[in-house]
Design a protein around this ligand. Structure first.
Ligand SMILES: Cc1cc2nc3c(=O)[nH]c(=O)nc-3n(C[C@H](O)[C@H](O)[C@H](O)COP(=O)(O)OP(=O)(O)OC[C@H]3O[C@@H](n4cnc5c(N)ncnc54)[C@H](O)[C@@H]3O)c2cc1C
Length: 504
């Protein structure tokens, strides 16, 4: 009998844990396929430290190739045929393919949440993937360098003003780390007299970290203000333009930098299935199975998992839950194939840690509130323990950052146009002139294109569909090989474009 095939879509917190647990449970008796656009699992909680120049980008990536008994397929799922039990995907060079499955685990995570505010999609950048963090690190460095060389006080002020919208843990950490980073850059590139970097943190909520315990909010608020960040709660952006942002309180702030951290929404892939949803997330049973499709499981940000401790509620989108759900999904997939018994997902929050830069943090491990040095130590210790790899490298970068000045150079590899705010693929930078991705059959837009992108005519059928004609999905050996690789001309190097000051 052929080995059952388990396809996992997404190699983040939930998908990585599902794959690693299944690899241990199955001992090679199942064909485990992990479909992910990148060859790494991204440890998102440390992304603000990449943007602030503390960690080198590879430190927060864990190779997916190291998982035993797991076959990595590089690509993004763009369609799922539930009846035919097939996942359709596009690879990194535009090639297409399909994967038959006996069990499917959907763990495609989330993307930046957009609000219908004029100018935001065009002038703001999100913070959900490595390309955006690299873009921000370079962009901020460039703004300070250009400001230091500028004779125009107004232009200089705008370049050194940074607006972060959304005071959840992402926005709070980006503002906290960002201010420290620009203070350091200014020591290397002094600004004209009377000017210093200005960071604003906005949120319509009445406190920072509105979704977390109030004590954590108070600590974070105090640290941010002491550092010089303008914490403007009850305020958001009414309009964004090339020159700056109009705030809801009527003030216009000249700036070249708007970081959009208003939250995330589940990856649109879940929505495309046409199954019952809960606020954009795929509704699942406590066993993480999709009702009516016991062969399909979902976990992490993409899934609305009932909170058994609080009937009627669903678990929040956090790494903690995604990681633990991945383990339960693996056990239940194994149980559905005759290995062990099915279990419900049940988990109480273990507390939260928020890194505020330097030795500062806010943390409440197991409900014990900590601030200052103790919170800083717990926060870093927690991340080291939680990372499935790269611990020594991360610890080494922290050590180097403690004793050496930060490297204030911009490599210019990721430019503004490569990281549009409105994208379903924040994990992959768009490459101008890069390989074309065939349009999905239904004519929906490319996952890498911003919403406003003009529609291109799409092929009637996906040319590289690897399911052989006549072989139905599920037939032994039915197509699962990656499609042909199309070699295209190298993309023009965007970093060679002249810098007009504001990213094109
Ligand atoms: C900057 C930042 C900081 C955060 N800090 C914290 C924190 O301190 N603590 C905390 O608990 N939570 C934190 N979170 C939230 C946490 O990271 C998420 O809740 C968690 O990553 C969700 O796990 P997931 O597996 O569902 O999704 P992800 O970890 O995002 O993984 C999704 C994976 O699916 C892949 N994928 C997406 N679409 C497709 C597709 N179509 N086909 C194939 N693969 C696809 C992606 O490339 C990715 O590898 C943070 C989030 C961000 C953005």
């Amino acid at each position: 009998m052929s080995r059952p095939r388990i396809v996992i879509v997404g190699g983040g917190f939930a998908g990585y844990r599902t794959a690693s647990t299944l690899s241990r449970l199955s001992k090679g008796k199942a064909d485990i396929v992990l479909l992910n656009p990148t060859d790494y699992f991204l440890y998102l909680p440390l992304l603000p430290q990449v943007a602030a120049g503390i960690l080198e980008p590879r430190r927060v990536t864990i190779s997916l190739s190291g998982l035993r008994h797991v076959r990595l397929v590089l690509g993004e799922a763009d369609g799922i045929d539930l009846e035919g039990r097939t996942v359709r995907y596009t690879g990194p060079e535009g090639e297409t393919g399909s994967l038959r499955y006996d069990r499917l685990v959907l763990a495609a995570g989330s993307v930046n949440k957009l609000l219908p505010i004029p100018g935001v999609a065009e002038h703001a950048h999100g913070f959900r993937g490595l390309p955006e963090a690299l873009y921000l690190r370079d962009h901020v460095t460039r703004q300070v360098e250009l400001a230091a060389a500028s004779d125009d006080p107004e232009a200089c002020r705008a370049r050194c003003t940074f607006v972060v919208v959304g005071a959840g843990y992402t926005g709070t950490e980006v503002a906290a780390q960002g201010k420290m980073f620009t203070d350091e850059l200014v020591r290397q590139h002094p600004l004209r007299e009377g000017l210093e970097p200005r960071w604003l943190l906005l949120d319509i909520a009445d406190r920072v970290l509105p979704e977390l315990d109030e004590k954590l909010s108070r600590t974070a608020d105090r640290v941010l203000r002491e550092r010089g960040v303008e914490v403007r709660m009850g305020t958001s952006v009414k309009e964004a333009t090339r020159e700056g942002v109009l705030l809801t309180d009527g003030e216009f702030v000249g700036t070249n930098t708007v970081v959009w951290c208003v939250g995330v929404r589940p990856d649109p892939l879940a929505e495309s299935l046409g199954l019952p949803m809960e606020r954009g997330r795929l509704l699942v049973e406590p066993s993480l199975q999709v009702p009516g499709h016991p062969e399909v499981f979902a976990a992490g940000d993409a899934a609305a998992v009932p909170d058994l401790e609080h009937p009627g509620k669903y678990h929040p989108m956090t790494a903690q839950h995604a990681w633990r759900q991945g383990k339960v999904a693996a056990h239940n997939v194994a149980a559905s194939l005759g290995g062990g018994t099915r279990r419900p997902y049940r988990h109480k929050d273990m507390g939260f840690v928020v890194d505020l830069g330097g030795v500062k943090a806010a943390a409440n491990p197991l409900g014990v509130h900590l601030s200052g040095l103790a919170a800083g130590a717990v926060t870093r210790g927690y991340h080291l323990a939680a990372m499935p790899g790269n611990r020594v490298r991360v610890a080494a970068d922290w050590l180097l950052d403690a004793v050496l000045p930060r490297q204030g150079v911009q490599l210019g590899l990721v430019r503004s146009g490569s990281v549009p705010l409105d994208t379903a693929s924040p994990e992959v930078a768009r490459v101008v002139g890069g390989p074309e991705k065939p349009r999905p059959e239904d004519g929906t837009r490319d996952r890498r294109e911003p919403a406003g992108a003009p529609a291109k005519p799409g092929p009637a059928a996906i040319p590289g569909d690897t399911t052989p004609a006549g072989a139905g999905p599920g037939a032994p050996g039915a197509g699962d090989k990656p499609g042909p690789v199309k070699v295209t001309d190298p993309a023009p190097d965007p970093s060679r474009q002249p810098d007009t000051g504001k990213d094109a």
